[in-house]
Design a protein around this ligand. Structure first.
Ligand code: MTE
Length: 329
């Protein structure tokens, strides 16, 4: 445990306050995960995403920040990353969201993201590296070829989905800034705009901005994506536009949305959820059916699409690729 004494005290205080003043995290009853929640018509859906009138009429700002040189919507599916499972319906994945900066109610997030500005956008990458830089979205989209990968996604709340992300490996970005040998961890930070994110004021005891972290060897793993699209379209705001992390073998809270800062650091960084409740949301948080969350089992998960309970797989099914990262533990 890298957190020092003083910080642990703060964490405990935050945990207590969190359970008094707010609906605690991950408390959505499973019965609410039903198709009945999915009730919006397509036209409204498009409007909420910032599309005007029809699916093809993107507003210019959205187009400007998402248009990849190769044409993001056309990014080719990489067959090496396809679990050959039925995709979760797009409407479900884009209307059932965890994004606490907007709301703790999953089916409200997509209704609140309208005023959130995703263009222009810059991403600072720095810390313990030779070539720190601030990238515009246009530069980011030119860094590496975009590809589509279908990943399983497992939330710590014990629901799961299968979705096609468009993006490129985080390693490609980290290589550009040339990490120094002292860099042992990577810290990620979400944009902090309380004026556009109504959920922040409702959770005043949370240590905003949302932060997450990975060990550097985890961050360099080819499975880790920086994603700019979903279902062959620009990333919806509610799913973390314009750019988010996807770490498929860890619980979903590690996959931080709307990233503006990536910092190479020596010490394990504090993260929002670990600061709030270290026993429930530890830094590593690999999907593991044998390790229960203190308040529920992680042995099974609810498939969002079918509602069926299915067995949870170690490392969310990515053990062949990543178990070696943890071999010496
Ligand atoms: N990132 C930010 N900034 N804020 C959040 O509340 N929630 C996390 C993760 N990233 C969250 C976040 C959690 S708990 C999950 S399960 C996933 O986002 C949900 O991603 P999705 O809405 O695309 O399914």
């Amino acid at each position: 445990m890298k957190i020092r004494g003083g910080k642990v005290r703060v964490s405990r205080q935050l945990t207590r306050m969190a359970s008094i003043h707010i609906h605690p995290p991950w408390h959505m009853p499973e019965r609410l995960v039903t198709p009945e929640n999915i009730h919006r018509n397509r036209r409204r859906f498009l409007q909420e995403l910032g599309y005007a009138g029809s699916a093809l009429a993107l507003v210019p700002s959205l187009l400007a920040q998402t248009a990849a040189p190769a044409g993001e919507p056309g990014a080719k599916r990489n067959p090496a990353y396809d679990p050959k499972l039925a995709l979760t319906p797009e409407r479900l994945a884009t209307t059932y969201n965890n994004y606490y900066e907007f709301s703790t109610t999953k089916d409200r997030v997509h209704k609140l993201v309208g005023p959130f500005r995703i263009s222009p956008w810059t991403l600072w990458v720095g810390g313990l590296c030779e070539k720190p830089a601030t990238f515009t979205m246009e530069e980011i989209l030119r860094l590496a070829p975009l590809e589509e990968r279908v990943y399983r996604f497992r939330c710590v709340e014990a629901w799961s989905m299968v979705v096609p992300w468009t993006g490129f490996p985080l390693a490609k970005l980290l290589e550009k800034v040339v990490p120094k040998s002292e860099a042992r961890f990577v810290k990620f930070t979400t944009v902090l705009r309380p004026e556009e994110m109504p959920g922040i004021a409702r959770l005043p005891n949370y240590p905003w901005p949302y932060t997450e972290g990975l060990r550097i060897d985890e961050a360099m793993h080819p499975l880790v994506l920086l994603a700019t699209g979903l279902y062959g379209k620009p990333m919806p705001k509610q799913n973390g536009a314009p750019i988010r992390l996807v770490v498929p073998w860890k619980y979903g809270f590690k996959s931080i949305k709307s990233v503006v800062k990536i910092e190479l650091v020596q010490e394990q960084p504090a993260t929002l959820w670990e600061s709030l409740s270290p026993q429930e949301y530890p830094f590593e948080s690999n999907v593991d059916p044998k390790v229960s969350h203190p308040r529920w089992s992680q042995a099974t998960e609810r498939d969002l699409a079918t509602g069926d309970r299915i067995p949870t797989l170690p490392y969310n099914g990515y053990g062949d690729e990543v178990a070696k990262l943890y071999a010496r533990k």
